[in-house]
Design a protein around this ligand. Structure first.
Ligand code: MG
Length: 385
């Protein structure tokens, strides 16, 4: 029986993780849950999965949950989150907190020697060097939950990087793949939140429309698989059936296919090196009719050039790239800036950052905070014009 801490249990990945656990209750058990503030859902999860400890980000939400008299220890704040991440009963931590707040609990879980099922790509984007070094020091496995990285992980199947010519990440292209460039300025948050294939949280859905999500995934792949930049490619695949591919030195390409449903990669991460039966319906290839691929349009998706710039400049720049994007996405969802301003804000924030090397999580967090403040200033300047 594998015991799990699920961080971000009320989010999209967290809910799918609990579904996988529910249908494989002979293999997995929930030891700890952590959520931000959705206590109604958390309460029903506690009743169903009976964790030993629960962490809620906000103190008021934790108080409200304590009043329900559930038979579980309820903690709050960052200390509570870290307690859930490092809980001594847990064998593996499912790290699925959205965005930069996921970095510290993921790092602490690794320090505590827990294997990680990683959905919080930001942990690697912000501090990949430290995270991977600590994982290797502790001998912990980081198994990707991100569908593209799970695909690459499955295609690699333990083969060395010297046999790999290229890792090819697929991207659906989001809802605006065929929209006229001139019209992108005026798309609304509601339109951007309609992803053609995947059901995901708000932040990642906007990131899929700008392709910033693919940018973050390129950086995630760089660290997860220790890849040189030249070995990472991105291709648009609108049907989201091929989740990514690996081309080997003999020009053979291995691809991983399944229906676009996060229960697939989650099941693989939880059960690796075995496979979970029946987590997904079968993919009927004849029903698919066609699977297509195209080069990404670098004008439509300026995020790709920003990604490779961030990787080349290295150090704190990928962290700044991520931080500025978090602020810009919030501003777009609040209708303060236009859709095309998102990458503009990221680019300007990167322009004003002096890259430095980092050795500690504290330095990374400081670079992230400074970049967020700078991005907010840039947005204020835009609003005032
Ligand atoms: Mg993904």
């Amino acid at each position: 029986m594998k015991k799990l801490s699920v961080l971000g249990s009320t989010g999209s990945i967290g809910r799918n993780t609990l579904e996988v656990i529910k249908y494989n209750s002979d293999r997995f058990r929930v030891a700890a849950l952590a959520a931000r503030n959705n206590i109604e859902l958390l309460e029903s999860q506690i009743k169903e999965f009976k964790p030993e400890i629960v962490a809620v980000h906000e103190d008021e939400a934790a108080d409200a949950l304590r009043k329900k008299g559930l038979p579980v220890e309820i903690l709050s704040g960052e200390a509570g989150l870290i307690a859930a991440a490092t809980f001594d009963q847990s064998d593996m931590v499912v790290s699925s907190i959205v965005g930069s707040p996921g970095l510290v609990p993921t790092f602490e879980a690794i320090r505590a020697g827990k294997d990680i099922a990683l959905a919080t790509k930001e942990a690697l984007v912000m501090a990949g060097k430290i995270i991977m070094a600590e994982a290797s020091r502790q001998g912990v496995k980081i198994i990707p939950v991100d569908s593209e990285h799970s695909a690459v992980f499955q295609c690699l199947h333990g083969r060395g990087m010297d046999e790999v010519r290229k890792v090819i990440l697929t991207a659906s292209g989001g809802p605006f793949r065929n929209r006229k460039h001139a019209d992108l300025d005026s798309v609304t948050p509601a339109e951007a939140l309609k992803h053609p294939n995947w059901e995901m949280g708000r932040k990642i859905t906007i990131d899929s429309a700008t392709l910033m999500n693919k940018g973050l995934e390129v950086i995630e792949a760089r660290w997860l698989f220790d890849l040189p930049i030249a070995k990472i490619g991105v291709i648009i695949h609108p049907q989201s059936i091929v989740h990514s591919m690996v081309e080997f030195i003999d020009s053979s390409i291995i691809a991983q296919m399944s229906l676009p449903d996060m229960k697939g990669p989650i099941g693989y991460a939880l059960s690796y090196p075995e496979r979970c039966s029946d987590v997904l319906p079968s993919l009927n290839l004849a029903d698919m009719r066609e699977l297509t691929f195209e080069e990404p349009d670098r004008v439509r998706y300026p995020s790709l050039d920003l990604t490779f710039r961030a990787l080349k400049e290295g150090g704190t720049m990928p962290c700044v790239f991520n931080a500025a994007n978090e602020v810009a996405v919030d501003a777009f969802l609040e209708e303060k800036i236009s859709f095309t301003d998102i990458t503009g804000v990221v680019s300007s924030t990167m322009d004003s950052h002096n890259v430095s090397k980092y050795e500690t999580i504290e330095e990374v967090l400081e670079a992230s905070e400074t970049a967020k403040n700078r991005a907010k200033e840039i947005i204020m300047e835009k609003i005032e014009i």
